[in-house]
Design a protein around this ligand. Structure first.
Ligand SMILES: *Cc1c(COP(=O)(O)O)cnc(C)c1O
Length: 361
């Protein structure tokens, strides 16, 4: 099998072992005589698989007992509106840290529901930096403070977390879920679409502190109401079964590879392979992001001209490297190097970058 080197930003690469296991179990799941994706979500074998998935999330992410864990549909994007609908109270504000495309979309949705305070707006610096976490203080009448831990398009990532006291801290971790240890207890809610680091598209992981259910707005329609999902153990309606099954296998792979700490080391190693080439290139490659907040998941870089970037992309394609084009809204290049991407693939990109500079520099 000739697998390409997959640098796509999402949906993105999965471990080969996981794809093989899905393939093997697809027709007959562990002798049940039917496939996991043909089974009722109210019976075996789904129930066992589902409970194991939740325990894996809890242990790998070190989620305390007073947090609910569930998988919703609608992508991370649905959470942009569910969060303010549930938690933004009349007469209060929601603080948003606008650090790039995704937090901006979240803030825009929240502004349709209630009052948004843009606590920080990185527009003026081209989203190249983040506020100092230790200086972040939510507004006095804040319902919650919201941030995006890793801006997938801009390639900027929080390295430590604000202390928000009694004000709930909510984070979109779609593109760096389980790429490092995270102190879940500092957050009232963490969520993310699984299709970057944890599985195929279709499920959104939600980790919600139970006391948030007491702060909710009333009169929400069923699906939009977190408390119904909590009461139903995440099975209020049919969950994204296939995606959850694949997430379970990815979580087992993460566990085998050292858990959050193992992923942390992998991310440090892989991202430094690319950033070292950028920093050692005498400006042939450049990173638009402040060094201290560079993403270890999405390495964004630019070259001297768009022609050169096009040539680079073409050569990368010839070398079996896909998905290196920057997001259409910002241009340039972007290597997404999520958990499952093998170190060798990143090394191959680093080598190609050096060779490309030697020939074209
Ligand atoms: C991809 C992404 C989203 C959007 O996810 P969908 O599941 O497509 O709605 C939101 N936030 C971040 C940080 C992302 O990377």
């Amino acid at each position: 099998m000739n697998r390409k080197k997959n640098f796509f930003a999402g949906p993105s690469v999965l471990p080969v072992e996981v794809l093989q296991q899905l393939h093997e179990d697809l027709l007959d799941y562990k002798g049940y005589g039917l496939s996991m994706i043909e089974a009722s979500h109210r019976g075996q074998p789904f129930e066992t698989m589902y409970q194991e998935t939740l325990s894996l999330v809890r242990s790998l992410m070190n989620v305390p007992e007073d947090y609910e864990i569930f998988f919703l549909g609608g992508g991370a994007t649905l959470q942009f509106s569910m969060i303010p609908m549930n938690f933004l109270k009349n007469g209060t504000v929601a603080d948003y840290i606008k650090s790039g495309t995704w937090s901006n979309k979240a803030a825009a949705d929240a502004a349709k529901v209630g009052d948004v305070n843009l606590y920080y707006d990185g527009t003026d610096n081209g989203f190249s930096s983040l506020p100092d976490p230790s200086a972040v203080k939510p507004s006095e009448n804040s319902s919650y403070l919201y941030l995006c831990s890793n801006e997938t398009i801009g390639g900027i990532e929080w390295q430590s977390w604000p202390e928000t006291g009694d004000v709930p801290l909510i984070a979109d971790m779609s593109s760096d879920l389980l790429s490092r240890p995270v102190p879940v207890e500092k957050f009232s809610m963490i969520y993310g679409g699984v299709q970057k680091n944890l599985g195929p598209a279709g499920a959104t992981l939600v980790i919600l502190k139970k006391d948030m259910l007491e702060r909710q707005n009333p009169n929400l329609t069923a699906y939009l109401d977190y408390s119904l999902h909590a009461k139903g153990g995440g099975l209020y309606n049919t969950p994204p079964v296939f995606s959850i099954w694949a997430v379970k296998l990815v979580l087992e792979w993460i566990q085998k590879n050292g858990g959050a700490e193992g992923m942390d080391k992998r991310a440090a190693l892989k991202s430094s392979l690319i950033y070292d080439v950028i920093d050692g290139s005498d400006g042939f490659y450049r990173s638009p992001v402040d060094k201290n907040v560079r993403s270890r998941m999405n390495v964004v870089f630019r070259m001297g001209s768009e022609e050169l970037e096009k040539k680079f992309l073409a050569e990368a394609g010839e070398n079996g490297m896909l998905g290196l084009k920057g997001h259409r809204s910002v241009g340039g290049l972007r290597a997404s190097i999520y958990n499952s991407l093998p170190v060798e693939d990143v090394q191959a990109l680093a080598d190609m970058m050096k060779e490309f500079q030697r020939v074209n520099g």
